[in-house]
Design a protein around this ligand. Structure first.
Ligand SMILES: [Fe+2]
Length: 472
């Protein structure tokens, strides 16, 4: 993997748009001793950076600036960065998820690891993307807990009452490990140019914190060690994935108190939103008051609604498998994985509640759910046709796929179907041009609006591009 020496960026974050103006934040990361980046230059003028934070020997700088519709891009430190600034009319969005692996991700060969990123970049060079949506597991932090006495046995065992000094030491350790992973991902060859020219919008999933966060026993989650881990993961998520600190939370997320980090952004003709399915998760709930109040108050204004659900909202009848696994003690780990799903028996009421809100939004405009998490490509529909909801699953961009036999077995099982809301059957369907319901290949998704109509295309590592799927 290429060494970044503590340099990364610029990394663009989408802040919103109004009356022909695109609002952006660009993050530039430098070692503490390196000079600050210069100003961003755009038509509206020159903008100096502010020092957002210092962590793990790195200084994180931010330029808040705006580009007018039709403007070519921005200039920083002698380089021009083109940006798609016309957001009305025909636009393209890219969706990726699962950018890493649980074990040894830092040591993978860069060209192999980032192969799909290179294709996405080539695609962007051909026809620029207006936005990069990242649907969860942007880093795999699982190994960050290794190498410190307080978390050596995480999550199997946590020390009862660690000292304040040891917890502070753990915090520094985790900050270094998280920062190392973010820097590897953001500065990677091929990816870096995309991050500098396509504004990003991200929502986290468990691996941005640790495997199964929220579905682990509460004695671990609520322990001082668990809370230290969550605290570091959240601060790093805000910094590296949103270019933000706690002070920015009320302006960027739907819950001004920041208990839940779900967001909503509007483009001409499009409402994009993502609930945060991790911050308030417990074994018996997916979201708390922060998340649910925000969903209740959410009234999309676009002609099309895209919801990013970090774990698939429409899925097969997993509650059956879960009941089977619970009967076998050594299958406990798989039970935690299933507990992460909307379909878990523990979350059925919340699942129905969220589907009810999605149907409420569907009364105003077509709704498409974008999802990752399973390291397979698939799609689903919730009927009937008059209120059809599409779900497009694309996962992962660099996480390698599970065995094909696993995908086949899951596909057979998914034939069972599910209808958590009476009269609204869910069906898992093959991608256009594919025979089986799940494709075990690395992949990403592109969304194109042409003449006001949306289409989706999956980019599969071996099979190539699927025919387009109409989203109305
Ligand atoms: Fe993942």
């Amino acid at each position: 993997m290429r060494e970044n020496n503590g340099f990364a960026g610029p990394i663009l974050h989408f802040r919103g748009c109004d009356a022909g103006t695109l609002h952006l934040a660009a993050i530039t990361i430098r070692p503490d001793h390196a000079p600050a980046p210069g100003p961003v230059q755009a038509q509206a003028g020159s903008v100096a950076p502010v020092l957002l934070a210092q962590v793990a020997g790195l200084s994180i700088w931010r330029h808040d600036f705006a580009l007018r519709a039709g403007e070519a891009g921005y200039r920083l430190d002698g380089r021009d960065y083109p940006v798609a600034t016309r957001l009305d009319g025909d636009i393209r969005l890219a969706f990726v998820s699962c950018n890493g692996e649980e074990n040894g991700d830092l040591d993978r060969d860069g060209a192999e690891r980032n192969l799909m990123w290179a294709r996405l970049q080539a695609d962007h060079a051909r026809a620029p993307f207006a936005l990069l949506l990242q649907g969860g597991d942007q880093i795999y932090a699982d190994e960050a807990t290794h190498g410190h006495p307080l978390t050596e046995d995480w999550p199997k065992h946590v020390p009862d009452s660690p000292s304040e000094a040891d917890l502070a030491d753990l915090t520094r350790h985790l900050e270094r490990r998280f920062a190392q992973r973010y820097m590897m991902v953001l500065a990677a060859e091929g990816c870096a140019d995309l991050f500098a020219t396509v504004p990003s919008l991200s929502v986290w999933d468990d691996h941005d914190i640790c495997d199964g966060w929220g579905s682990l026993p509460e004695s671990r989650t609520n322990s001082s060690v668990g809370q230290a881990l969550f605290g570091v993961a959240r601060r790093m998520y805000l910094l590296f994935q949103h270019g933000a600190t706690d002070a920015d939370v009320p302006g960027l997320f739907m819950d001004p108190a920041g208990r839940n980090l779900g967001w909503r952004r509007d483009l001409p003709g499009v409402t994009l939103w993502a609930p945060d399915l991790r911050s308030e998760r417990r074994r018996d709930r997916i979201m708390g008051p922060g998340g649910w109040n925000a969903v209740e108050a959410l009234h999309p204004s676009g002609d099309h609604v895209f919801m990013v659900s970090s774990v698939p909202l429409l899925g097969p009848r997993l509650s059956l498998v879960e009941s089977l696994l619970m009967a076998i003690p050594r299958m406990q780990h798989y039970e935690d994985d299933l507990r992460d799903q909307w379909q878990s028996h523990a979350h059925r009421a919340e699942w129905r509640r969220m589907l009810g809100h999605v149907l409420r939004m569907r009364e105003k405009a077509p709704v498409t759910v974008l999802s990752g998490e399973i390291h397979l490509a698939t799609r689903a529909e919730m009927g009937p046709e008059s209120t059809r909801i599409h779900q497009l699953v694309a996962s992962g961009i660099s996480h390698r796929a599970p065995p094909k036999a696993y995908a086949r077995a899951l596909g057979l099982f998914a034939g069972l179907g599910e209808a958590p809301l009476a009269g609204h059957p869910i069906a898992i369907k093959p991608l256009p041009g594919q025979r089986h319901r799940y494709v075990a290949e690395r992949n990403y998704l592109t969304l194109d609006r042409g003449n006001g109509r949306w289409q989706a295309v999956w980019h599969l590592e071996e099979s190539g591009l699927t025919p387009p799927l109409d989203l109305d």
